[in-house]
Write a protein that binds this ligand. Structure first.
Ligand code: ATP
Ligand code: MG
Length: 387
């Protein structure tokens, strides 16, 4: 066996856009597999065929294909002619010496002009396998399902399906900028936007040299991990410590978290616009911490005219944690660091900072100059996968 058959599902619904979605999915698969031993990747009659140089490459290719968005499922497959004797003997050879308690054959025709119906094909091939092996046929609870796909000039067969990453192909959803903190939530928020086809720019605010470099190192690691999904990423590291010291001098303690966040929004907006991103993304969740009450979230959002997307807003912490664990970011996120927002903030910030108070406090600060200085001091790092 040296083929992989890739099925997309949600894509099938996209009407006139469908050829474009499939084209991007093929392009993304090519990029994800660029350094592996793959002969060809092409779209054929509603599925994508990947040809491997040899059957030994399957595991490496599988691990990559699992991360490509827009795939419902995929299978390691063999290829044979339409001749039922040849097809059955190819299947028997690849099954080796397994002894399933029962089996069945499931056939699909990509081309409905094929002279036999799917049940007829199933009976022809199933009968030959039963004759050779003596296995029991079970149409409902079979231990082994042999899948057949009748293509116009050959047949694919496979014995299992790997779940794909779902979502939509990277590049179909436009650009967004995610405020990535190094905590548990924002990497999951970034992933969820990537899975909907968005290209995500990562923006991180750090307080080096007032605090250590730890948060930057964590965020780099998270960016590298997330890049295994979107293949190319840009991380912008924004110096925030000096701004925080300015805020410290001018803003009452209980308002500082909201003022910090509003500054972050303004800076992120500038960076996002220069990258032609259409929205900001955060890992905010209603009620999780003081800065995430509905009142404070609206005050924070008011600092920017860009759309703010909060993919986790209605999730519980344990649901987010579970996703972070599956994604692999959890282990990085829990490495202790000094979060810039704990700097100069009280243990109990205001949960309902009043708009007039915020505006009065900000009135004492050279906001535009602070934003420009942060943008000018930002460092950009590029990530690529496979590197
Ligand atoms: P996270 O786990 O993502 O850090 P959190 O529960 O700690 O979230 P907050 O610290 O209140 O929540 O941050 C809310 C959101 O603000 C984060 O999800 C992130 O999008 C953004 N954010 C906070 N701190 C930073 C930072 N230092 N750099 C970039 N974005 C940040
Ligand atoms: Mg945080």
């Amino acid at each position: 066996m040296n083929s992989i058959v890739v099925h997309y599902k949600e894509l099938a619904l996209k009407g006139k856009n469908r050829p474009w979605f499939v084209k991007l999915l093929v392009r993304n698969l090519r990029a994800a597999l660029a350094d592996l031993r793959v002969t060809s990747i092409r779209s054929v009659m509603g599925r994508i065929e990947i040809e491997l140089e040899s059957d030994s490459g399957w595991e490496d290719v599988r691990d990559r294909v699992r991360r490509v968005f827009g795939i419902a499922n995929f299978s390691f497959a063999g290829r044979a002619s339409h001749d039922f004797d040849e097809l059955a003997s190819a299947i028997l050879a690849d099954l080796g010496d397994i002894e399933p308690a029962s089996f069945r054959v499931r056939a699909r025709r990509s081309d409905k002009r094929f002279p036999l119906t799917s049940p007829q094909i199933e009976r022809e091939v199933g009968g030959r396998i039963k004759e050779a092996k003596g296995w029991h046929v079970d149409l409902v609870g079979a231990a082994l399902t042999i899948h057949l796909e009748m293509m116009p000039d050959h047949a694919f067969y496979y014995f299992g399906k790997e779940p794909g990453a779902g979502g939509l192909p990277s590049g179909t959803g436009g650009r967004v900028a995610c405020l990535l903190s190094g905590g548990i939530d924002s990497p999951v928020a970034a992933y969820r936007m990537m899975r909907r086809g968005c290209s995500v720019l990562f923006v991180h605010f750090h307080s080096y040299p007032i605090l250590s470099r730890a948060s930057q190192e964590k965020v780099r690691e998270i960016a590298a991990l997330l890049t295994t999904y979107q293949l190319r990423s840009r991380l912008v590291l924004v110096p925030f410590g000096e701004l925080q010291q300015q805020v410290l001098l001018a803003v009452p303690a209980e308002l500082r978290v909201v003022v910090y966040r509003r500054l972050m929004m303004r800076i992120a907006e500038k960076l996002a616009r220069s990258w032609r991103a259409r929205a900001l993304v955060t890992g905010e969740v209603i009620g999780q911490v003081a800065s995430q009450t509905l009142e404070n979230m609206t005050s924070i959002a008011d600092a920017t005219t860009l759309e703010i997307l909060r993919p986790l807003v209605g999730m519980d912490k344990d649901e987010i944690t579970e996703q972070a664990e599956r994604l692999g970011t959890y282990a990085i996120s829990i490495i202790p660091d000094q979060d810039c927002c704990q700097l100069f903030t009280p243990r109990h910030p205001a949960t309902r900072a009043r708009r007039e108070e915020i505006e009065r406090a900000e009135g004492a600060l050279p906001i535009a100059a602070m934003v420009d200085a942060a943008v000018a001091g930002a460092a950009v790092e590029e990530f690529r996968f496979p590197s």
